[in-house]
Design a protein around this ligand. Structure first.
Ligand SMILES: [Zn+2]
Length: 153
């Protein structure tokens, strides 16, 4: 990894939190609430308030304008070429054409993780620290989300 995320974390974490909160607020405005099937899916992966979740379908996941933040997001794989979903609090971005029960169950488990942490400002620093220390694939929050993926609603 050319970009040392761990050493950059103190500088970028506040910016990442601000960006995530703003994006989450945006999804809350433009996103769609869940239908009955997806409400049940979110509940099945542990979400306490599935009715608060909103999904915004986008052509591409949004990237931060801040260059360092953008580099960190792409370099870690969070918002890299293969990324098709992103959860920011109760807001879920899904790339058009990639919406599936498997992806949504994974993202909804991240909603559960945000709920458990209590806020974006608490969850995101912990999540980024995991990514910076063990990498995206081995981050405990990602392992947990993958282990809650469902193939059927
Ligand atoms: Zn994930």
């Amino acid at each position: 990894m050319t970009f040392n995320l761990l050493s950059a974390l103190p500088a970028i974490t506040p910016k990442a939190v601000a960006w995530a909160e703003a994006q989450g607020a945006h999804i809350t405005k433009v996103g769609q609430p869940l239908n009955e099937i997806l409400l049940a899916l979110a509940e099945s992966v542990g979400v306490s308030y599935p009715g608060r979740i909103r999904i915004a379908e986008v052509d591409t996941l949004p990237l931060p304008e801040d260059q360092v933040l953008k580099e960190a997001a792409i370099g870690t794989g969070l918002l890299g070429p293969g990324a098709v979903g992103l959860t920011l609090g109760y807001g879920v971005y899904v790339c058009r054409g990639h919406s599936s029960i498997r992806l949504l169950s994974h993202e909804f488990r991240h909603v559960f993780q945000y709920e458990k942490a209590g806020s974006v400002a608490v969850f995101l620093p912990a999540y980024l620290h995991q990514i910076a220390t063990v990498g995206y694939q081995d981050a405990p929050f990602e392992i947990d989300a993958r282990s809650h993926e469902r193939s059927h609603a």
